[in-house]
Design a binder for this molecule. Sequence first.
Ligand code: SF4
Length: 109
Amino acid sequence: MRKQQPPFQRGTVQNFKHPAGFLVPAVDPNRCEGKGPCVDVCPVDVFEMGVMTPQQRASLSIKGTVKGFVHGWKQVQVVHPDACRACGLCVTACPEKAIKLARGNGVQP
Ligand code: SF4
């Protein structure tokens, strides 16, 4: 189990700003270095740490390929995007500024 790293604290219901799935996180694979603070802070477990597949690696830029190789191809995966409550904690926590929130599908405010 991952050890939670200060100063990141897991979000709570007070952080929720929108219905689930109204906004969803988009991770830039060329920026993510698999450090994982987003996994720690997300109150609804939208992310899991994973390893990039060969198909995912093939779509990286040159800079992204170098970063991926150096970090063992570790990268967060958005496994439950429809659970996102748009608290923004993952966006703030990411040291690589790899996460943005974008409109989700099917949920109206
Ligand atoms: S904004 Fe980020 S931290 Fe907040 S619920 Fe969505 S994925 Fe989780």
